[in-house]
Design a binder for this molecule. Structure first.
Ligand code: A3P
Length: 281
């Protein structure tokens, strides 16, 4: 066991067979989450890491700020992150709360389903997700480093990365894509027409935003605008979470064999499904 060789803040823990960064998630958090109470007007973002979490949380916060004149929270919005006492603090936060999670469908607190909370689910094509995740592992002080892309690629395909297999997440959501309280959006669709994406999201949330308000939120949600805003607050965070923001960066990393391998896995999991069509790349 060489786990002692890894600096404490880069340690991973395994919960129910899935890896998580020990500096962010703990067994206590998962215990506390079992009894987490959602509120009817919570807005919840669900994403596999690197699919557009920071981006869509930013959009949701800006929308809530516009519609409710409510300041965005200063606490980390990802449910499973932080000290276990965060759940008490979350109980005190005024509504509507904007929350996020990378948890697999099966591990999302039951309360969100019982209360029919609106779930925004964001996905991104698996190739760009993998590339983004590789760089994230190497830049984030809470994750171990990968010296080579090839090693990371194997772990990504095999689901041996934090939060588990991209394909497990996609397979689970594919069954719920038409659920009433679910809106599935893609990174690529946000990239293609952000204003249209904000409009769709606003409608799903039941907000009545004017065209000007939609445009304003979209303007604040571009890569450049977000990078500038977040850099002014916390430079490191901006560097770690806003890297390139492009579609197709996978072409600079994948070998032909790797491209074929992930295509085959994608086909085996999602061929002919609605989600499969949405994530064609
Ligand atoms: P890249 O590493 O490909 O640049 P997450 O927030 O889920 O961790 O995802 C991070 C990815 O989303 C990074 O991808 C990041 O650059 C990209 N991203 C964040 N905000 C963005 C924006 N406003 N426009 C485009 N991409 C954005």
């Amino acid at each position: 066991d060489d786990s002692d060789m890894v600096p404490q803040d880069k340690k991973l823990i395994q919960l129910n067979g899935v890896l998580y960064p020990a500096a962010l998630c703990s067994e206590e958090n998962f215990k506390a989450l079992e009894s987490f109470e959602a509120r009817e007007d919570d807005l919840m973002l669900v994403s596999y890491p690197k699919c557009g979490t920071t981006w869509s949380l930013n959009l949701l916060n800006d929308m809530v700020q516009t519609v409710y004149n409510k300041d965005p929270p200063n606490m980390i919005q990802i449910l499973e992150f932080g000290a276990p006492n965060k759940y008490e603090k979350l109980n005190e936060e005024p509504s509507p709360r904007v929350l996020g999670t990378h948890l697999h469908y099966d591990n999302i607190p039951q309360s969100f389903f019982n209360k029919k909370i609106k779930l925004l689910v964001v996905f991104r094509n698996p190739k760009d997700t993998a590339v983004s995740f590789f760089h994230f592992y190497n830049k984030n002080p809470m994750l171990p480093n990968y010296s080579s892309w090839d090693t990371f690629f194997e772990d990504f395909i095999g689901g041996k990365v934090c939060w588990g297999s991209y394909f497990d997440h996609a397979l689970a959501w594919n069954k719920h894509i038409d659920d009433e309280d679910v809106l599935l959006m893609t990174f690529e669709e946000m990239k293609e027409d952000l204003e249209a994406a904000v409009k769709k999201l606003s409608k799903f949330c039941g907000f009545s935003m004017t065209d000007e308000q939609v445009q304003e939120v979209a303007k604040k949600g571009t890569f450049t605008a977000m990078k500038e805003k977040i850099s002014n607050i916390q430079k490191e965070f901006a560097d770690i979470f806003l890297r390139k923001g492009e579609v197709g960066d996978w072409k600079n990393h994948f070998s032909e064999a790797q491209s074929q391998e992930i295509d085959a896995k994608f086909e085996a999991c999602l061929a002919g499904t609605k989600l499969g069509e949405m994530l064609k790349y």
